[in-house]
Design a protein around this ligand. Structure first.
Ligand SMILES: NC(=O)c1ccc[n+]([C@@H]2O[C@H](COP(=O)([O-])OP(=O)(O)OC[C@H]3O[C@@H](n4cnc5c(N)ncnc54)[C@H](OP(=O)(O)O)[C@@H]3O)[C@@H](O)[C@H]2O)c1
Length: 242
């Protein structure tokens, strides 16, 4: 039986960390491609509101909505999913993009640093997926896109907790994909694993710093994976500057 499809123009997306950097580029690209509603969510309400205003103005629309939440707080994480579904009817696309690094070597790792990184980059993504799955299953449609990193493929001495979180995200994603396959759920799981992405020089005519890629390439990659047929699995996309 053919898997259900849904045009982007009917889709509701949540992008964590959508107010800045890569997440903002994702939001901009999804709106330009016609997504019905795009909820950008993170801690700083002022940053989110400004991004939403700018993207809405740019696209002459009202389809970007800010939502203030801390991914380390279970209740706030569940509220993001519930509020989005209640307001817009469902959640078709979840982009797990919020993330940070605390540079502490293996000898210097603190409990605080380790917990902050693992809770933000890994546990929060799991909470969001767990909360969003029932809506995706009800609609028989959903995509989960995880922003891991080259630090999810290789270990680096200066950021062991970050590497552990990004490797962990890929392991979790593989289990989620296997779960969808075994249960027949129409849910795709994509992982993007960038190297250095320039989140300071993001203007259309800006040149990225040497060794970095322009943020638009992340946005294009997102739109590309979403454009694939429902039965296509792409496991991880490694993307970095030559
Ligand atoms: N730029 C790169 O070179 C690169 C390379 C590989 C992977 N990545 C990954 O790409 C993703 C986006 O990073 P970026 O480069 O675009 O940097 P960024 O602009 O700093 O984005 C990180 C986002 O995460 C949000 N965030 C952090 N802590 C949060 C929390 N507790 N609750 C909710 N949201 C939180 C931040 O928003 P608030 O501060 O408002 O909460 C921010 O919008 C991250 O997962 C990062 O690890 C980046």
């Amino acid at each position: 039986m053919a898997l259900r499809t849904k045009p982007l123009t009917e889709q509701v997306a949540i992008i964590t960390g959508g107010g800045t950097g890569i997440g903002r580029a994702f939001a901009e690209a999804l709106v330009a491609a016609g997504a019905r509603e795009v909820v950008i969510a993170s801690r700083r309400g002022d940053v989110l509101r400004q991004t939403a205003d700018e993207l809405n103005k740019q696209a002459d629309t009202e389809r970007v909505f800010p939502f203030e939440f801390d991914i380390r707080d279970l209740a706030q994480t569940e509220a993001l999913v519930r509020t989005t579904a209640e307001r817009f009817g469902t959640i078709d696309l979840l982009v797990n993009n919020s993330g940070l690094a605390v540079p502490e070597t293996v000898e210097a790792i603190t409990e605080e640093g380790w917990d902050k990184v693992l809770e933000t980059n890994l546990r929060g993504a799991m909470w969001l997926v767990r909360a969003a799955l029932p809506y995706m299953l009800r609609e028989d449609f959903g995509d989960v896109v995880n922003i891991s990193s080259q630090a999810g493929k290789h270990g680096y001495a200066d950021v062991p907790s970050y590497c552990a979180s990004k490797f962990g995200l890929l392991g979790y994603a593989e289990s989620l994909r296997d779960h969808a396959r075994k249960t027949g759920a129409n849910i795709r799981v994509f992982n993007l694993c960038p190297g250095l992405v320039d989140v300071e020089h993001t203007g259309a005519t800006d040149e990225p710093r040497p060794g970095f890629i322009h943020v638009r390439n992340m946005a294009r990659t997102l739109l590309y994976v979403l454009s694939l047929d429902r039965n296509v699995i792409i496991e991880d996309i490694n993307i970095y500057a030559r």
